[in-house]
Design a protein around this ligand. Structure first.
Ligand code: AMP
Ligand code: TRP
Length: 344
């Protein structure tokens, strides 16, 4: 065997199956980038990555159809602009692979009400939505479990808030394997040590969220330089005036975290650089670093969006491959459950 063939085989044997997804619900913010997109792009080099737009998750809360369509394209353009390479990575659209909802139904019939009632995100969203909470919102973690289990996923890079959902996927895989025979790989969440939970700029005690009531809470990947400057300069810190990464000071620690990831420096290095300087200098540099980081990204997103047909072609090609792969798993699942009459 030639040495390079042997090397490739060895690499493939150690490659893990990694999978992650983001909802196309309008704004993608710097927390999404740091918590989910960057770790996925990083993992693309040495692993088998699947990354998709979860449009059926997005409709668990009301969406305007024309906006949803635009958001699916923007999310895809953002993935590509951030470095997802469709030649290496299976990039697709969830709703184009009906096996996801099919498996979700089967898993629905194994999951317990109590398991879903315990989900923190559901409890938070119910508090906001009250009587208008949909059944889809309750069931959302089961669809996410189906997303993960269909593809023999080993690793799921997500932000801290999704850990509980990945743990549910693990529990459902273990239960199914026990009751129906070995079928699913039991996945692991992968949560980055620094940056798994980027906090709101206007309230650093709560996570940055696109559904926050004020746009000052988040930094959108599409914000222009003036908006970036305003949001960072008005970000909530404290009265100590010392730039530090310190858990007891969530505001400044959050800004140091963002700076550290965007400029690829350690928080300690940043602390040293700002000894004797105030928050004003630090925030100005952070706004500048974010602008330098986001402007080229925005230009790439714009170019992708100008070629809508190309984007649709990429998604369709990925979805076709995903359907083939997912169908293989569903054939096994249907047999295990007993609904497949053809036994060969
Ligand atoms: P969502 O915006 O809820 O669709 O989240 C998409 C991905 O971004 C998930 O992996 C989340 O865990 C991650 N994420 C969302 N908000 C944050 C945040 N504030 N900090 C870090 N990761 C986040
Ligand atoms: N629920 C995730 C979120 O809101 C998105 C998601 C759906 C996901 N399916 C997934 C993430 C599968 C990772 C793997 O962030």
């Amino acid at each position: 065997m030639r040495l390079d063939t042997w090397r490739l085989e060895l690499k493939t044997a150690f490659m893990s199956k990694v999978l992650t997804a983001i909802q196309p619900s309008g704004i993608l913010h710097i927390g999404n980038y740091i918590g989910a997109i960057e770790p996925a792009v990083e993992s693309q080099r040495d692993n088998e990555l699947r990354m998709f737009v979860v449009d059926y998750h997005a409709i668990t809360v009301p969406q305007k159809p024309e906006e949803l369509r635009k958001n699916i394209l923007t999310a895809t353009a953002t993935y590509l602009a951030c470095g997802i390479d469709p030649k290496k990575t299976l990039l697709f659209q969830q709703s184009q692979v009906p096996q996801h909802t099919e498996l979700a139904w089967i898993l629905n019939c194994t999951a317990r009400m109590g398991e879903l009632e315990r989900m923190t995100q559901f409890k938070d969203k119910t508090r906001v939505r009250g009587e208008t909470t949909t059944v889809g919102l309750f069931d959302y973690p089961i669809l996410m479990a189906a997303d993960i289990l269909l593809y023999d996923t080993a690793i799921v890079p997500v932000g801290e808030d999704q850990k509980q959902h990945v743990e549910l996927a693990r529990d459902l895989a273990i239960r199914f394997n026990r009751d129906f025979g070995e079928t699913f790989v039991v996945p692991q969440p992968k949560i980055r040590e620094v940056g798994a939970r980027i906090m709101g700029l206007d309230d650093p005690t709560k996570k940055m969220s696109k559904s926050a009531s004020s746009p000052k809470n988040y930094l959108s990947l599409l914000d222009d330089p003036e908006t970036i400057r305003k949001k960072i300069m008005s970000a909530v810190t404290d009265n100590e005036g010392k730039v530090a990464f310190d858990e007891t000071r969530p505001g400044i620690s959050n800004l140091v975290t963002i700076f550290s990831i965007i400029t690829k420096q350690t928080p300690e290095q940043i602390e040293l650089d700002y000894i004797g300087k105030g928050y004003g200098d630090f925030k100005k540099d952070l706004a500048e670093a974010l602008t330098l980081f986001l402007l080229p990204l925005q230009a790439k997103i714009k170019t992708y969006l100008e070629h809508e047909d190309e984007l649709i072609k990429i998604l369709n090609a990925g979805s076709t491959r995903a359907r083939e792969e997912a169908e293989k798993k569903m054939e096994v699942v249907r047999k295990r459950v007993g609904v497949c009459l053809n036994q060969d």
